[in-house]
Design a binder for this molecule. Structure first.
Ligand SMILES: Cc1ncc(COP(=O)(O)O)c(C=O)c1O
Length: 379
């Protein structure tokens, strides 16, 4: 089926007893078994829940993966993937990624004896050079949060697979509408469903999509053994959000492109990071790898003082963490999402005190520009 059809129908057959078109919220912790040793496929809700099952089937279809497993947050999804590793294993990760992923790796996973090397994954050569005999994962975030750097998933996967390294892609910024990493060679995809997949800023969740049954079996085992599951209500919210993913993303994309050119032509903006702009260093790669450029943009205002004045003056755009909602969200990566990244790394990557990130929503873009124009007048 086409992508929009899958958004609405994959995993979402009418409920057999009543024909309800909306998958019910199975708000239960356990299931009565008709006799000892026989059950209907459901024993306990940490292990399996029909609402979560429906969402997992839906997201596996959208990412063209084998199976999906949903978690309580994007971080617990990534954490569960990391639990496939053991002490002595090595991971190559991008030097720029969501600050919380860096915090998980450097402050939690490293404690268990897993080693990390952070490289600029937009250079396939840098990835190749970082591979060691003990390397198990290449962890890519593309585009990166917040610098919007693109890594070549297909080329990195080729290099990684030659050394039996699995490629894990955080596809949160794109959603499967804009990018399907498994089709490009990745082995595992993770998302914060909190963002574009749910799309309405009313649920926190995560998902791991596996490209093979072998990986899915291990993730499924960990989902049950560790237990950081998505609740039935959150599963239902994400299922409802995903039904409109294609139409929302189309509008996000249009607004994102319009906003990026507005910012690029603004006298008070020093630089704009958006893969849809022809002067973005990986514009050609983004064009090839993605089905559009998305709605995430970061831009440089020159100093903390200017960024603060600007952010304090927005009225329609919401100043807050997170992204991917129908409403435009604006933030200051240095002090918010990337506060856990060491200052010298932030400086080197361009996560400066003057950097602002915007997740362009699906409002009338003229209203958003008017709001930003008012904010620019104050700096
Ligand atoms: C790219 C990316 N990955 C993962 C996460 C973590 O997701 P969650 O907040 O749902 O734990 C975020 C959160 O902002 C993110 O931006």
């Amino acid at each position: 089926m086409g992508f929009s059809t899958d958004c609405i129908h994959a995993g979402q057959e009418p409920e057999p007893q009543t024909g309800a078109v909306s998958v019910p919220i199975f708000q239960t912790s356990t299931y009565v078994q008709p006799e000892l040793g026989r059950h209907k496929g459901f024993e306990y809700a940490r292990t399996k829940n029909p609402t979560r099952d429906a969402l997992e089937a839906n997201l596996a279809a959208l990412e063209r993966g084998k199976r999906a497993h949903c978690f309580a947050s994007g971080m617990s999804a990534t954490d569960t993937v990391m639990r496939l590793l053991k002490s002595g294993d090595h991971v190559i990760a991008g030097e720029n990624m969501y600050g919380g992923s860096y915090r998980l790796f450097s402050k939690v996973v490293e404690k268990f004896g897993v080693e990390f090397t952070y490289v600029d994954t937009s250079s396939v050569d840098a990835v190749r050079k970082a591979i060691r005999p003990s390397t198990r994962f290449l962890f890519l975030e593309t585009p990166t949060n917040p610098m919007m750097t693109i890594s070549d998933i297909a080329a990195c996967s080729d290099v990684a697979h030659k050394s039996n390294v699995l490629v894990v892609v955080d596809n949160t910024f794109c959603s499967p509408y804009l990018q399907q990493p498994i089709e490009l060679g990745a082995d595992i995809v993770v998302h914060s469903t909190t963002k574009f997949l749910n799309g309405h800023s009313d649920s926190v969740g995560g998902v791991v999509i596996s490209s093979s049954d072998e990986i899915a079996d291990q993730i499924g085992f960990l989902q049950n053994a560790v237990g950081a599951i998505m609740s039935p209500f959150d599963s239902w919210l994400v299922l409802r959000g995903v039904k409109t993913l294609a139409v929302r993303m189309k509008r996000h994309e249009e607004n994102g492109q319009a906003m990026a050119s507005y910012l690029a032509n603004h006298a008070k903006v020093h630089a704009v990071n958006y893969p849809g702009l022809p002067d973005h260093p990986q514009h050609a790669l983004a064009k090839k790898q993605m089905n559009g450029f998305g709605a995430m943009i970061s831009f440089e205002l020159g100093s903390y003082d200017r960024a603060k004045k600007f952010l304090d003056r927005v009225r329609l755009c919401s100043l807050g963490e997170s992204l991917g909602g129908v409403e435009t969200l604006i933030s200051h990566p240095e002090s918010m999402t990337h506060a856990s990244v060491p200052p010298e790394t932030r400086q080197r990557l361009g996560i400066t005190p003057g950097l602002v990130r915007i997740s362009v929503g699906i409002e009338d873009v003229e209203d958003l520009m008017e709001d930003l124009e008012y904010a620019f007048e104050g700096i």
